[in-house]
Design a protein around this ligand. Sequence first.
Ligand code: MV4
Length: 455
Amino acid sequence: MFRKILIANRGEIALRIIWACRELGIRTVAVHSTADSDSLHVKFADEEVCIGPPHNKDSYLNISAVISAAEITGAEAIHPGYGFLAESAHFAEVTRECGLTFIGPDPDVIRKMGEKAQARRAMQAAGVPILPGSDGLVADADAARAIADEIGYPVLIKAAAGGGGRGMRVVEREPDLESAMASARTEAGAAFGVPDVYIEKFLADPRHVEFQVLGDTHGNLVHLFERECSIQRRHQKLVEESPSTALDDGLRARMASAALAAAAAANYVNAGTVEFLLSGDEFYFIEMNTRIQVEHPVTEMVTGLDLIKEQIRIAAGEPISFTQQDIVSRGHAIECRINAEDPDTHVPCPGRIHAFHLPGGPGVRVDTACYAEAVVPPYYDSMIAKVIAHGNTRGEAILRMRRALESFVVEGIKTNVPLQQRIVADEDFVRGRISTSFLDRFRPPAKKAAATTAS
Ligand code: MV4
């Protein structure tokens, strides 16, 4: 087992990785920007290294600074968390070339899954269902037209280097295809440095259901059931839960075996997520994420496993200590992401937190790196906490989430807690009637007309 791990991340996930290391008896090294000197991940790590100024590219994305910090402190492995360098095949490669262990899959697996058109082709070869679409990249409008004619409109143009919705264009009819191709390519090039695109049949209003998988270096591969992540705004997830209200045991078993086939085809090692779109009882592979995800606690709460400890053990070459039959899902878990933003306009709202009180009690977990008088810097993601509620039933989990949100006090900055309260009070949410368009109904309360009449 490793004696010392460097954590190439910040915020709640850096702290979460520190807790796992503590339980495994591993020393921790925090890296941080000058904006994060007073952050909790820095305070609770055994050692700390300042790696640069606030902007991501100067610190948390600065590969040579991160690697140097590992070498100076004698760390043997690097945990990348999510975001930042977690899905950089280049960073994983450099880490390995410097004699360090990257806690995640092989660089070539990261690279293959990061190229979405290539991943799609690999999944098709493995017998995993995919939507009708192009066989690989689509070079120009003529090639796009040929595919769209074959599969029928509407189609979706997607960035090959994408994910997260950037460089995506829905095309309803042929006359719109050429300009959509051009703008998708331009946007993809600007966002990812690669203009390549591919095409799929557009599936209207699907659910997003993903499966957690774990593979080790001994050839063991297991799934840890699903997470329902349909409640999103502009491709940012807001609420996740497990189990999904859309699956019965038969559909769950079909999707689980497709997820395992996907991971096996990729020779997958470490924690990964296979994402599907679901419509009725038909499901289609869209992407595989080669990192630990924000919403991993939902899976931890229903399975009782510690996914970060499993990642570290797998990276150290240990076999997974349980079999598929050992893994059971018990009860129901829901996660609400708490962002420092205006609950109506979604404009980020960094600043100093004054009063701060965390919810607790039975079945409630909060992952956060915030504290009273902490400053939320403007340079990074606006997520400041994750509230996770577990219950014996979905109903109990919802009741626990409601009372947890009611007792979550954050003063000094605006948060989306009021929006999350409206979501978990919503009648359709309670019935499990959700899809990727769920949040479209949650528009800001109509602004009062200009104050011509004082009242
Ligand atoms: C789709 C789709 C419909 N049809 N692909 C959005 C982000 C990227 N990961 C995949 N996404 C979608 N791909 C086809 N062929 C609809 C979406 C989509 C979506 C997916 C999951 C959750 C929320 C979403 C919101 C809008 C669109």
